[in-house]
Ligand binder design. Structure first.
Ligand code: IYR
Length: 218
């Protein structure tokens, strides 16, 4: 197969409102995204998850190698297996590996090694970074590419009214084994995806202002 893609006419996306209105509308939507740790067991159809994954798969990637795979798990036994394995590494983290400083930084989030929400949430998406493409091609900017795709996955889920949690148990190579994936797939992030629990609470956090997060050079 030749890698040489012919050029075709680009059809730019044109929002129905002027740029400022569109930008503000989207900010209104995305600013409601919160990382949650309390999920409902309300079902989410596979078709919704497929659309969210397709959206993530539109991310740009180095040389368009699309070096990602999204493993979507709803199987209760497999989720439970993953919960048990994650709780094991997290127990080690909280008891031995984390510095006092790190634990102090986590206090606001009231996190601990109990990951029972994995049993409750309808879907667990394990994002895999591909060291090579399925055709054996070299990939480029792997972390950047998969990071962008993961951000788009979170955004697409939020847009569909679903909540997520970005979870990075460490180490997480055990996931490859539990899921029967090849050596070529490096577990990158674990993302519980579903509706928040009715009584879900989140930390009262503030986000940085435009002046703090930007510098304009005009
Ligand atoms: N991985 C652990 C700890 C943890 C670390 C960070 I940095 C967070 O923002 C949240 C949690 C856990 O999942 O509990």
């Amino acid at each position: 197969m030749s890698n040489h893609a012919p050029q075709v006419k680009h059809h730019p996306y044109a929002p129905s409102k002027p740029a400022l209105d569109s930008a503000q509308d989207f900010y209104d939507v995305i600013s409601k995204r919160r990382t949650v740790r309390m999920f409902s067991d309300r079902e989410v159809p596979r078709s919704v998850i497929e659309s969210v994954i397709l959206a993530a798969g539109t991310a740009p990637s180095g040389a368009h190698k699309q070096p990602w795979r999204f493993v979507a798990i709803s199987n209760k036994e497999i989720k439970h297996k993953i919960r048990a394995a994650i709780e094991e590494v997290e127990t080690e983290f909280y008891e031995n590996r984390a510095s006092d400083r790190w634990l102090e930084d986590l206090e606001d989030f009231e996190t601990n090694a109990d990951k029972s929400y994995i049993d409750t949430v309808p879907w667990l998406i394990v994002v895999m970074a591909l060291r090579k493409t399925d055709e054996g091609d070299q990939v480029y900017y792997l972390n950047e590419s998969v990071g962008i795709a993961t951000g788009m996955l979170l955004t697409a889920a939020h847009h569909a009214g679903l909540a997520t949690l970005t979870h990075t148990p460490s180490p997480m190579n055990f996931l490859r084994e539990v899921l029967g994936r090849s050596e070529n797939e490096r577990p990158y992030m674990v993302i519980p995806m579903g509706y928040p629990a009715d009584d879900c609470t989140v930390p009262d956090l503030e986000r940085k202002s435009i002046d703090e997060i930007s510098v304009f050079v005009e």
